[in-house]
Design a protein around this ligand. Structure first.
Ligand SMILES: *[C@@H]1O[C@H](CO)[C@@H](O)[C@H](O)[C@H]1NC(C)=O
Length: 270
């Protein structure tokens, strides 16, 4: 009980100290920003117009390396000798910072310091750069028509597998229209992630979606080779259809030959 109480006390004191520290430095919470590799990200100051004498400074990383600033309306975004060199852009109206063509090594803490009358206002952005999402691949892992018994009224089932490779922090899901059928999530890097789905027949409202919390990619199930379409599911495996086609073309062929032969013989007779 005493241990518990002193722990409570300790965590209370720690919280109090943290609150005081934050107050001194005038920082609010860290804002999380998620972005895809290769995209541009803009970090907003929420300043509507930078005053002519105002100084705004951006830093990056735990060392708070200065990467950009605006002072007396002069903008410096060179970020010389840093990994952000030649990637930065600053809005001269607002002081907002844009990082172009962002890469994973540019993940980290970006800090904004606005020098205001008798103090500094600080904003922090935690930027996470995510690898591009691959388009999911849908495969069929059984034959289209696996009737449980030949006499049954063609209860064909189709087993599908949706897969993605080399992903992390994603959710893989099957949808039919807007309803979620099943899903699986991984947080760590996964070499290969798959989710099975069994359907009776194919219609194009099925889709497989791979998603980060902020963006996603979709593969629609529209390849008719994978499963029997719902509209003509009576033609199991297409074998009956093939036989009928063969017979019909044979008949047409025989008829054509007969007509031609008849034509030639009747001409000769004349
Ligand atoms: C996929 O992203 C779009 C916007 O980009 C969103 O409207 C949709 O809800 C997302 N879908 C899923 C399954 O996350």
């Amino acid at each position: 009980m005493r241990v518990f109480r002193s722990r409570m006390m300790f965590s209370f004191l720690r919280t109090l100290i943290l609150i005081l520290l934050c107050d001194v430095f005038g920082s609010d919470d860290v804002k999380s920003v998620s972005v895809l590799e290769g995209d541009s990200v803009s970090l907003n100051t929420d300043v509507t117009e930078v005053q002519s004498e105002q100084k705004i400074m951006w830093t990056f990383g735990p060392q708070r390396t200065q990467i950009a600033r605006i002072y007396k309306q002069n903008i410096d975004t060179d970020a010389t000798n840093t990994i952000l060199e030649n990637r930065l852009q600053m809005d001269n109206q607002t002081g907002s910072l844009t990082v172009r063509n962002i890469r994973s090594e540019h993940s980290g803490l970006y800090e904004l310091q606005i020098y205001i009358y008798r103090g500094i206002s600080v904003k922090r952005f935690s930027v996470s750069v995510y690898a591009l999402l691959p388009v999911p691949v849908i495969t069929s892992n059984s034959s289209n028509c696996s009737s449980s018994s030949p006499s049954s009224s063609s209860v064909s089932r189709c087993s599908l597998l949706c897969s993605v490779v080399n992903v992390s922090a994603v959710t893989l899901s099957w949808y039919k229209g807007n309803s979620l059928l099943s899903s699986i999530s991984v947080s760590d890097l996964s070499i290969s992630l798959s989710l099975p789905l069994e359907i009776e027949c194919l219609d194009d409202s099925y889709r497989c979606v791979v998603a980060y919390s902020f963006t996603n990619r979709t593969k629609h199930l529209n390849n008719t080779d994978l499963c029997q379409p719902c509209s003509d599911s009576v033609h199991c495996c297409g074998s009956t259809e093939a036989v009928i086609r063969l017979v019909v073309s044979a008949l047409v062929g025989v008829a054509t030959v007969a007509v031609v032969v008849y034509d030639i013989t009747s001409r000769r007779a004349q």
